[in-house]
Design a binder for this molecule. Structure first.
Ligand SMILES: Nc1ncnc2c1ncn2[C@@H]1O[C@H](COP(=O)(O)OP(=O)(O)OP(=O)(O)O)[C@@H](O)[C@H]1O
Ligand SMILES: [Mg+2]
Length: 582
């Protein structure tokens, strides 16, 4: 013992033969390795495999001790482990035994060129289409173009920090967003990150933003109505839960207003709403948020924003993110409504990234798969079968046209994908017919079955009256003499047109719509001056609510105009008309 210490103090080489073997142990085989003494014990009854002389360093002694080596160290003073080291050794040994290294091979590429929100990287040969990639500075991107020697990436964050030569790694997963009830009432970006300053979204559920739409057998007929609260739509272009109905029109024709009113009208109707704002100004989105908050609609609404100043890639993925959020509600047996405002700007963002990545441009410079871009999105709206929980996702995509040109590439595509369209016309809008719905060319292909019976009873006649009116109105402008029947048709039409007008943010309940339209189509308003129609309507609804609330209640309960409640309704209208002063 003494000999080892002395020799080390002298700084000379250690001669193994000069060291005394540890007294209670059998004689070991010694060898000197670098400046360390290694003593091998053969006896199986002696646990330590080796005795190692460690000069000076406690740390090294501990490290060796933990692997079962028997340590001799001048601080411990003799052969054998101190209690402290023994404890440490055993706990370290346990940790080492429990440690399972998680080694994963990761492919690393490097950026070849970058600019305009896109990057091209080499070395990512196993990356998949639409896979998320991470640049070395933390910015995420989506592998968009898989080419022979490189991958075209669209960046989801600030692209200014990405440089040539920067490392980029595949993450092995498709972009996903948080989903679930935690999203309700929040404003999030296209990656599902909160942007409303109310802290992060707390949920453990996520969904990939891209998903194959439910198959045919997983669906059932659209049978339940989605009340928009907008008179021309609910009566003549009814929308069912699970339907895809396009809102199409020039700029500033009230497209957003229709969608917002529909969201406001879902209050208390068990339908969660998702408003996806694509390529809009942030101020406009803030305005929509303010309106929804004021109407108490944010209690059941999520807003997904990819505004005009966000990278094109964010605008491109935003509607898919919104769909993923909506699908969670649908798949848990609930009803959801999603508004894409608007898909024209979505197509522009897609065209932008496609052209920058040198995809071959086709008609109107859109890439060849622009149809698929929207069809795979809108196919995800569905009414699920009872086996799948019976939930639904209704989609209201919005398309902006230029000078009413619905035969442009993107409008025709989306028209063919959806189950009908609501045309808004600038001429109608400026002539004061708001909502500016052209009911002559608007159509809903599946919503008719879903319409409430009461509404169907009044709307059947309304449609006929309005069609006849449109035909005659064109002739009437020439000012020719008209026979009495024609004049009556025209008068009816003017009054019904007034009834179908509606101010913004004031959706009308089903029962009030039914009662007013009943009065209009059954001739009770034919003698009311046209310019007084709006005042008549407001007063009539007030009267029905205060004096004859049982009529509306019965319509709600029976969902129809029955032989029992019809006379009561007629009687109430006559009573009101006789007392109305205008
Ligand atoms: N029913 C309505 N009654 C009165 N004003 C309305 C009505 N609907 C919309 N407006 C007004 O018309 C203007 C345009 O409406 P909105 O923003 O909804 O149109 P848009 O088609 O979405 O426009 P953009 O093309 O800019 O998105 C707004 O100022 C809005 O207040
Ligand atoms: Mg708008």
């Amino acid at each position: 013992m003494e000999c080892g210490r002395k020799r080390r103090a002298e700084g000379g080489e250690i001669d193994p033969s000069s060291l005394c073997p540890p007294p209670p142990f059998p004689s070991p085989a010694c060898e000197l390795l670098d400046n360390r003494l290694r003593i091998q014990y053969d006896s199986p009854s002696f646990a330590p495999k080796q005795v190692i002389f460690v000069a000076g360093s406690n740390m090294l002694a501990i490290l060796l001790a933990r692997t079962g080596h028997f340590v001799y160290n001048d601080r411990f003073g003799d052969f054998g482990m101190s209690d402290f080291v023994k404890d440490l050794a055993s706990s370290l040994q346990q940790q080492i035994d429990a440690y399972k290294p998680q080694i994963a091979a990761q492919e690393v590429g490097h950026v070849l060129e970058t600019g305009d929100g896109i990057a091209r990287a080499a070395g990512l040969s196993n990356v998949k289409a639409q896979e998320l990639v991470r640049f070395d500075n933390g910015v995420m991107g989506v592998a968009f173009n898989l080419e022979k020697d490189s991958v075209g990436i669209i960046t989801l964050g600030d692209p200014s920090g990405i440089e040539e030569g920067m490392l980029v790694r595949g993450t092995g997963r498709i972009a996903s967003v948080p989903v679930g009830d935690a999203l309700i009432g929040r404003v999030v970006n296209a990656l599902g990150e909160a942007v409303d300053g109310r802290g992060p979204i707390v949920t453990d559920k996520t969904r990939p933003i891209e998903r194959i739409a439910p198959g045919v057998v997983e669906r059932k007929d659209v049978k339940r109505p989605l009340q928009t609260g907008i008179k021309p739509i609910d009566s003549m272009i009814p929308i069912g839960r699970g339907q895809r109905e396009l809102i199409i029109g020039d700029r500033q024709t009230g497209k957003t207003a229709l969608a917002i009113d529909t969201i406001i009208n879902q209050k208390g109707k068990d339908c969660i709403c998702i408003y996806v704002a694509i390529g809009q100004k942030k101020a406009q989105v803030a305005r929509v948020l303010g309106i929804l908050e004021q109407a108490g609609a944010m209690e059941y609404t999520t807003i997904v924003v990819a505004s005009a100043d966000d990278p094109a890639a964010m605008q491109y993925i935003a509607p898919y993110s919104g769909s993923a959020i909506g699908e969670e509600f649908m798949e848990t047996g609930r009803d959801a409504l999603i508004v894409f405002d608007d898909l024209s700007k979505h197509a522009w963002a897609y065209r932008q990234v496609s052209l920058l990545l040198r995809r071959p441009p086709g008609r109107e410079a859109y890439p060849g798969d622009v149809f698929y871009l929207h069809s795979r999105l809108l196919e995800r709206a569905a009414q699920l079968s009872d086996e799948r929980g019976g939930g639904s996702l209704t989609a209201l995509p919005i398309i902006e046209t230029l000078l009413g040109d619905v035969s442009a590439y993107v409008p025709t595509n989306v028209i063919s994908i959806t189950d009908g369209q609501i045309y808004l016309e600038a001429d109608l809008f400026y002539s004061g017919i708001r909502p500016a719905v052209n009911v002559g060319i608007s159509v809903s292909r599946v919503g008719g079955d879903a319409q409430t019976k009461a509404m169907r009873q009044v709307a059947g006649q309304l449609k006929g009256d309005m069609a006849a009116f449109r035909e005659l109105a064109a002739f009437a402008t020439f000012g020719s003499d008209l026979d009495k029947a024609t004049q009556r048709q025209l008068d009816r039409g003017y009054r019904l047109t007034e009834i179908l007008k509606q101010p913004q943010y004031e959706p009308v309940s089903l029962e009030n719509q039914v009662m007013v339209m009943y009065a209009g189509t059954r001739g009770f308003t034919d003698t009311i001056p046209v310019d007084k129609m709006k005042a008549w309507e407001a007063a009539f609804i007030r009267f029905m609510e205060t004096s004859h609330s049982e009529v509306a209640q019965e319509i709600v309960e029976k969902k129809a105009i029955t032989p029992e409640n019809e006379p009561r309704l007629k009687e109430a209208i006559s009573q009101f008309n006789s007392g109305w002063q205008g």
